[in-house]
Each structure stands twice: as structure tokens, then as C-alpha cells.
Design a protein around this ligand. Structure first.
Ligand SMILES: NC(=O)c1ccc[n+]([C@@H]2O[C@H](COP(=O)([O-])OP(=O)(O)OC[C@H]3O[C@@H](n4cnc5c(N)ncnc54)[C@H](OP(=O)(O)O)[C@@H]3O)[C@@H](O)[C@H]2O)c1
Length: 395
């Protein structure tokens, strides 16, 4: 039912401020930010709004009838979302890390309390991937969701492949332009993409896979040799999140750099943009493209969730209730490009088949087939080494 909304907002950083601006620009005044809770009350905010640093001021205000959580502290965000649901206050969140670790119990709490809980902005910012997976692709035809889920790493890769920048200069430029976190690991080691993939998988296939069970590898050890290899094969390296359903009901998911050929939609996704390819039987492939981050695009996505909550829209998690539940598997084989330097590292990955091999005094590489289960088993051994790997799909 359409009603007047008084928001209790947590966080006034990039996205909180973005939401404030977007709300200020839309027609109609029946959605208002009543109070904003931040961490540091002494910061100059440059807006005329009612700030507090005490969450109680929001949770005990009888006029506040919706909570919007846009803070950068995952554990505190979890507490805010839990309490909102317990108090039957509709809640909107953008916190992918918190969601990736706590979604199953929050979904259950949302059901028990019959309270709307939306988070479309958490995966791919302004691109409504979750809502589409929920509503349009809620059937057996869906086969895979694959895409560039992190804008910062894509910006760096674009600068490397289009403007011949080296990795360090491209990273510095991304940070100077505000596209990259001061701790680059979140974006460049694939964590951000991983959290989004966990959320998308729930809506695409109805299964929750905890982040620690998923193979994740980023681009932070990529070097000139890898860039040259990709160019020789007429491909570009993209950091890709990928979930796919197999014929036997198994679902595998992973985040890794991939050597993408020119004929693929995501080959042309440049700079800080995101692009998601949704593949299914009969309709084949569909492509969603847009701004996956940034205060205003993400603020616009949050407003869309607020509006949906206002009409009592809820995710139904239809795929979780299917009579033929799917299961997580790592029993799938991929072709991999693996670059290493030392003799010891040459045996780190057990290839079931080696297809190509190059050795020099500076670096060596192998191209071969390996199971995802093998990659998951050795994932902790890959960290901190002068190596790089990327999926090298056949098509
Ligand atoms: N940035 C994006 O493009 C984007 C896109 C999609 C999703 N998200 C998600 O949206 C959330 C916010 O991101 P952001 O980029 O806006 O972060 P940000 O710029 O770092 O701002 C974080 C805000 O959270 C406040 N805060 C932190 N802990 C708090 C607590 N315990 N209680 C109240 N306020 C608290 C901070 O207060 P102070 O200002 O006082 O320090 C700050 O205003 C994150 O979960 C992020 O993953 C971001």
C-alpha cells in the first residue's frame, strides 16, 4: 500500500550522501529522511539534516517507519538489519559483505516477522540484477549468471589493455579518481565480486554457498607476461564472477580472472562499468550493463528499493522453495592459464591435461585442464606467490 515514508538512515558516506541527493531531486515529498546516524558527529557534512551518532535515536523514534543501512562496517550493519527486522521495520541494505555472510538467517528472520528486506543495490549498484533474477528468471530455464561485478578492477584492466598503462600506474589512477578502495585487496583480490556472487546465486539458483567455500582469485599479481599472453591470444583479461547450473543439478561458482575473447559481451565492458550476462535455455543470452558503483548510481538503486518496500514488495526466494533443490559442486573442469617463476611453483597446480607449456629464465607458463575442486583445495597456497592464473575458456 502507498504510504508516507520516514527513513532512519545509517551512514552518510558515498552512498548515503548519494541517496540524499537523489531523494532531493525526485518529485513528491512523501519519502523523507527523518534522521541520519553516523559514526563521527564532528565531521562537516555540508547539508541541513538531523544527524545523530546514537542508533537508539532512530530505533526509538515512533515516526520512523523504514530503515536504510548504508554503512561500511559489516558487523554493525548486521546488528542494524537484525534489529530492524525484529522491530518489524522494513529495511534496505547495500552491504554485500554482511549479506554474503548472514543472508540465510536474515531471510528467515524476514519471513518470521513478515517484514520487507531489500538489497538490490548490494550487487551491481544501479543494475537491477537481483530483482530481475527474482521476477523474470524464476524458472528452470536459467543456466548461468556471469559478469564483471567490480568496477574498480575493471577500470584498472581497461587502462592496461586500452592505454598500455602498467598495473601500478592504473591502480594509482583508480585510487586518485576515487574508484578504488584505499585497501585495494577488496576490489583487486576478488572479495567484492565474491560477496556479490554469493548474493546473486541465492536469487538465481536458490542455494547459499558460504564465501569460504568458493574459489576466489584476483588480478593483483598480474604482470606484463600475462598481459602479453592475453594480447597474443587476442583476448582481454577481465575479473569475472560466474555461477552455472550443470545438467545433474550441481551448481558451481567461482571468481577468477578470465581471458575473454572479442566476441563476448563482457569483452567490451570498459572502465568502471559492470556487465552481467544471463544465460538460459531457449532465450540463450541476455546482457545487463550499467554503473555498478558510485554514490549517485547506487543511491538511485537504494531509492528503487525504498519505493518497492513502500508497496510492500518482498523477494520471494522462489528458487529456494523448488521441489528439486540444486546442490553446490566443484566437480567441473576448466582450462587454465598458469604463470609461475620457480621450479617449486611449477607443481603447485595438478593439471589433468597440459595443453601448452612455455619456459624461460624470467617466467614460465602452462595451459591445461584442472578441476575446480583442485583449485579450491590449494587456494590458500596460492596467496602471496609470484604467480598468476586465469580461466582460458574454449569458446
Ligand atoms: N560506494 C559504492 O559505490 C557502493 C556500491 C554498492 C554498495 N555499497 C555498499 O554501501 C555501503 C556504504 O558504502 P560507502 O561507499 O557509502 O561507504 P563510506 O563512504 O565509507 O561511508 C560509510 C558511512 O558509514 C558510517 N558508519 C560506519 N560505521 C557506522 C556505525 N556503526 N554507525 C553509524 N554509521 C556508521 C560512516 O560514518 P562517518 O561518516 O561518521 O565516518 C560513513 O558515513 C557499504 O556496505 C558498501 O559495500 C557501496
Amino acid at each position: 500500500m502507498k504510504k508516507e515514508i520516514n527513513i532512519g538512515l545509517f551512514g552518510f558516506g558515498s552512498v548515503g550522501r548519494g541517496l540524499y541527493d537523489v531523494l532531493g531531486a525526485v518529485e513528491g515529498k512523501d519519502v523523507k529522511i527523518k534522521r541520519i546516524c553516523v559514526r563521527d558527529l564532528t565531521k562537516e557534512r555540508g547539508v541541513d539534516a538531523n544527524f545523530t551518532d546514537n542508533a537508539e535515536d532512530i530505533f526509538t523514534d515512533p515516526e520512523i517507519n523504514m530503515i536504510v543501512e548504508l554503512i561500511d562496517d559489516a558487523e554493525a550493519a548486521y546488528g542494524i538489519v537484525r534489529r530492524s527486522l525484529e522491530q518489524k521495520l522494513p529495511v534496505v541494505s547495500g552491504n554485500k559483505k554482511m549479506l554474503a555472510y548472514h543472508l540465510p538467517e536474515l531471510i528467515e528472520l524476514g519471513k518470521q516477522t513478515a517484514t520487507p528486506f531489500l538489497y538490490d543495490a548490494s550487487a551491481c549498484g544501479s543494475i537491477p540484477v537481483i530483482r530481475n533474477l527474482e521476477e523474470y528468471y524464476d524458472n528452470d530455464l536459467l543456466v548461468s549468471v556471469k559478469g564483471i561485478l567490480n568496477g574498480s578492477s575493471n577500470f584498472v584492466l581497461s587502462k592496461i589493455f586500452n592505454e598500455n598503462m602498467d598495473y601500478a600506474s592504473a591502480l594509482k589512477l583508480a585510487q586518485d579518481l576515487g574508484f578504488a578502495e584505499s585497501d585495494p585487496s577488496l576490489d583487486f583480490d576478488g572479495w567484492d565480486s565474491l560477496f556479490k556472487l554469493v548474493i546473486l546465486t541465492i536469487h538465481a539458483f536458490g542455494i547459499y554457498v558460504a564465501p569460504e567455500k568458493i574459489f576466489r582469485y584476483g588480478i593483483s599479481t598480474m604482470n606484463d607476461a600475462d598481459i602479453r599472453f592475453a594480447a597474443e591470444k587476442q583476448r582481454r583479461i577481465k575479473l569475472v564472477g560466474h555461477v552455472e547450473k550443470l545438467a545433474d543439478g550441481g551448481v558451481y561458482l567461482w571468481v577468477a580472472p578470465q581471458l575473454i575473447s572479442r566476441d563476448k559481451y563482457i569483452y567490451s565492458v570498459e572502465d568502471e562499468f559492470n556487465g552481467v550476462v544471463i544465460k538460459g535455455r531457449y532465450y540463450y543470452k541476455q546482457f545487463m550493463f550499467g554503473r555498478g558503483a558510485g554514490g549517485h548510481p547506487t543511491g538511485a538503486a537504494v531509492l528503487s528499493d525504498i519505493t518497492a518496500c513502500r508497496y510492500d514488495y518482498r523477494y520471494e526466494y522462489k528458487r529456494m522453495n523448488t521441489s528439486l533443490p540444486l546442490h553446490h559442486t566443484n566437480d567441473v573442469t576448466h582450462r587454465i592459464y598458469y604463470r609461475y617463476r620457480t621450479e617449486e611453483d611449477s607443481t603447485l597446480i595438478h593439471f589433468s591435461k597440459v595443453r601448452e607449456r612455455y619456459t624461460s629464465s624470467e617466467w614460465s607458463y602452462m595451459v591445461g585442464d584442472v578441476t575446480l575442486a583442485e583449485l579450491v583445495a590449494i587456494k590458500d597456497k596460492l596467496a602471496g606467490k609470484d604467480i598468476f592464473l586465469a580461466a582460458y575458456p574454449f569458446d
